[in-house]
Write a protein that binds this ligand. Structure first.
Ligand code: HEM
Length: 506
């Protein structure tokens, strides 16, 4: 038996509280929650909306129909207001001309403080909060997702796509039916994993990939709960899934992959500088990066495909554009997988790009969140607003994405919305002034997604392959909506999967 101290601890944690003890603990908890909810608006602060539910505040209303709820608050209170949501006071900034307030005050509005907590909860990455130097170095790796390094990643992507599709192209020309979201998840996971980590050489490649993918997708399903305040221990098998995935991504296991890309090599070198090579937490970092690279790419691919399948005029315009490019580059649609396109050629596909951007406009709820490190006044031409230490500030672009002043008939899917006079359209206006930011699925400022170029290239390549080699049709035409489970975290999933069918073109 351990000494007195640990025996005491054991008694405390293992024995259930007596009834009076439990009542006292509950009363104290409620008191603490009520005190937090009793907050009143101070002079200079934005309007405060906290409802009557302690802790939860307006979370239930927000969760039910986030966009309309925030738009209603905007009508009542203007473009800046503070809402209590699940124990957090969040000051929303809705006017796009006020977004730069977050950049101007970047010293007091911390990105890392917020993200490090999230990385700890979701992936068990602990060291980042105490080691700014490692954090800085890891951020430097993101350069390797652009420029020349991106060209190499693009080549790898095409090779990996070829590996996925070559077998399927040999199949006879009969229809195969599949669930669209599941189909997109499967392919995006495989090509992204192998492009970012290198290829699996083992004979049982397919089995290894599908096991990893299935575990990853189950883990990702739990993500919205993982980043809430619910302890991971209460989330069923989530902790064991997380552990299993981290174990798959340890230095020892990843050493078996062939042809590490530069970005992965550099990340691993940095991690080995700050941890011993065998440290489990190295795998946790890789899980975080893997999540960032696929979790939003999957639903984006889904929505782009879904809208194309639902809009024949979009499908035929995009198909024509791809055909013209393949013709002009001498790549006829012969048998076998023979497409090879450079970054410039992919970039010239403006109709395809506009389709992807339009899908992102309609389905992205990416929110830029910052932690307020000290009491602060956000000075603006319109109105100064004081924000409190410990609160969060959020730029919430979904409201901008459906602003009829910026996007005509915003509820409609228009595949050519981002095209003007045969070129990419980049000028959008509000109150007669040109907007610097009009589409923000990839975040803003210091935390803007470094993988955005790769993501768009990947989705373009996959759509080119699917549209070139396959006939595609939607099977069930039931209406689908966004599932707001991941509100504030990127691209929303659909509320149900949809059946579609595909066959190799004859
Ligand atoms: C359509 C697909 C994607 C979308 C919509 C997306 C969106 C985002 C957003 C909104 C953020 C910022 C989060 C914040 O402000 O806290 C972010 C961060 C990040 N994304 Fe993406 N992303 C996508 C694909 C990718 C890909 C393919 C990669 C990697 C290859 C990637 C790597 C990252 C990383 C590493 C970060 C963290 C950046 C940091 O710590 O500063 N993303 N992404």
């Amino acid at each position: 038996r351990a000494g007195d101290g640990s025996a005491g601890m054991g008694r405390f944690s293992l024995e259930p509280l007596s009834l009076p003890g439990l009542a006292l603990a509950t009363a104290l908890l409620l008191l603490a929650l009520c005190l937090r909810a009793r907050r009143t608006r101070r002079p200079g602060e934005p309007p405060l909306i906290k409802g009557w539910l302690p802790y939860l505040g307006m979370a239930l209303k927000f969760q039910k129909d986030p966009l309309n709820y925030i738009k209603t608050l905007q009508k009542q209170h203007g473009d800046i207001f503070t809402v209590l949501l699940g124990g957090k006071y969040i000051t929303f900034i809705l006017d796009p001309f006020q977004y730069p307030l977050v950049l101007k005050n970047h010293k007091q509005l911390s990105f890392r403080e917020f993200t490090n907590k999230l990385l700890m909860k979701a992936f068990s990455i602990k060291k980042l909060s105490e080691n700014d130097e490692m954090n800085d170095e890891l951020h430097l790796c993101y350069q390797l997702l652009q420029g020349k390094s991106l060209d190499t990643l693009l080549e790898n992507l095409m090779q990996n796509l070829k590996q996925v599709f070559e077998g399927r192209l040999l199949k006879t020309t009969s229809w195969d039916t599949a669930q669209l979201f599941t189909f997109c998840s499967s392919i995006i996971f495989e090509i992204t994993f192998t492009t970012i980590h290198g290829n699996i050489l083992a004979g049982n490649r397919k089995k290894l990939i599908s096991e990893l993918r299935d575990d990853f997708l189950k883990f990702d399903d739990k993500f919205p709960y993982l980043v809430s305040d619910i302890p991971i221990e209460l989330l069923g098998n989530t902790k064991s899934l997380q552990k299993k995935l981290i174990k798959c991504l340890t230095s020892e296991n990843l050493a078996k992959l062939q042809g590490w890309p530069e970005v992965f090599q550099m990340r691993q070198d940095i991690l080995e500088k700050y941890y011993v090579r065998e440290d489990f937490e190295i795998g946790a970092h890789h899980l975080g990066f893997l999540w960032a690279s696929v979790a939003n790419t999957i639903p984006t691919m889904f929505w782009a495909m879904y809208y194309l399948l639902q809009h024949p005029e979009a499908m035929s315009a995009v198909r024509d554009e791809i055909d013209r490019l393949l013709q002009s580059t001498g790549q006829k649609k012969g048998s076998g997988f023979s497409i090879h396109l450079t970054r410039e050629q992919l970039d010239s596909l403006i109709c395809l790009e506009s389709t992807i951007l339009e899908a992102l406009r309609l389905c992205s709820f990416s929110t830029t969140i910052r932690f307020v490190q000290e009491d602060l006044t956000l000075n603006s031409e319109i109105k100064d607003s004081c924000v409190r230490k410990g609160d969060l500030v959020a730029i919430f672009p979904p409201v901008l994405h459906v602003d009829p002043e910026v996007f005509e008939a915003p509820e409609e899917f228009r595949y050519d919305r981002f095209i003007e006079d045969g070129k990419k359209k980049t000028t959008f206006y509000k109150r007669g002034k040109k907007l610097k930011c009009y589409l923000m699925p990839f975040g803003y400022g210091a935390s803007k997604c470094p993988g955005r170029f790769l993501a768009v290239i990947e989705i373009k390549q996959l759509l080119i392959v699917l549209l070139t080699y396959f006939d595609l049709e939607i099977v069930d035409n039931k209406p689908i909506e966004l599932n707001y489970n991941r509100i504030m975290f990127g691209i929303q999933h659909p509320d149900s999967d949809v059946l579609f069918r595909y066959k190799v073109k004859s």
